[in-house]
Design a binder for this molecule. Structure first.
Ligand code: 13P
Length: 267
């Protein structure tokens, strides 16, 4: 079991990485880690995330209320956004918010990252939607992000930045890094005359690989089989939908019954 102090050190390491990689400027960005159902460690507000030491890190409850913070430190102003992710995605153990240059440029231009241009981005992220603009620190951002939480592990925040979340701190950070790399490649290939996109069949093969790997999290590859069968999505299976065969079979049955009813009506 990793000690709380060790997790605080890991948060500082990731803070340094996002700062050193230019994914944040000045005091931007925030990071949190869930340590129990009602305890979360988070970065403090208004400090450079590249120069933190473990004593900077605050502890809050599931409502974002302070459990422990050293003198001079208050939890991130975006703690409500983090808490909404944990509330609506029980599988998530860590949330990373940053303003990576290319991802944020797409968020400002209002262009979601949807073009399938390289296998790694397709497998890791699928696509990255844009959550509608909200005023930082208010409930507007959590409300805007909420709509996408059950379908994606990373979102752009309109005119603001990016948010990634996963089952570990390192994995949440990696999603942020993948998002930025994808955005950068998309930007550059657009300068070179536009990307040559992967075909639908190529994308579907990559999705199949993702499913075979049993990768956790939410991803377009994991669209509930109910949807494929024309039924409402359950979207609650964490991507490893155990209802796959029965839902698909049910869908086939419904389609068959509908066809027969239509045949009778048309007679
Ligand atoms: P905090 O320093 O309060 O976490 O805010 C930084 C930020 O990036 C707000 O969007």
């Amino acid at each position: 079991m990793v000690s709380e102090y060790e997790i605080k050190k890991q948060i500082c390491d990731i803070g340094k990485r996002i700062y050193d990689r230019g994914m944040v400027a000045a005091n931007d960005g925030n990071i949190s880690v869930k340590i129990s159902d009602n305890e979360f460690l988070c970065t403090p507000t208004g400090v450079s995330k590249g120069f933190m030491t473990p004593d900077y890190i605050c502890k809050v409850d599931a409502n974002g209320k302070v459990i422990q913070a050293n003198a001079g430190f208050k939890p991130s102003s975006e703690i409500k956004m983090h808490m909404r992710v944990y509330k609506e995605r029980p599988d998530v153990q860590s949330v990373v918010h940053a303003h990576p240059m290319y991802g944020t440029a797409f968020a400002i231009a209002g262009i979601p990252l949807t073009q399938p241009i390289m296998p790694e981005a397709v497998i890791a992220l699928g696509c990255v939607p844009i959550a509608e603009y909200g005023t930082p620190s208010t409930e507007e951002i959590p409300d805007a992000v909420s709509k996408y939480l059950q379908h994606y592990d990373a979102v752009l925040l309109e005119n603001h930045g990016a948010l990634a979340y996963s089952d570990s701190l390192l994995s949440a950070y990696h999603k942020m890094e993948s998002l930025e790399f994808y955005a950068q490649l998309l930007f550059l290939s657009r300068q070179l005359g536009g990307p040559k996109e992967l075909s639908k069949a190529q994308v579907e093969r990559l999705y199949e690989i993702r499913r075979q790997f049993g990768l956790k999290g939410k991803h377009p590859a994991d669209v509930c089989p109910n949807v494929k069968a024309g039924l409402p999505s359950c979207h609650n299976c964490g991507g490893n939908c155990s209802c796959s065969s029965s839902a698909a079979a049910d869908g086939d049955l419904v389609a068959e019954i509908t066809r027969k009813v239509m045949e009778q009506l048309n007679k």
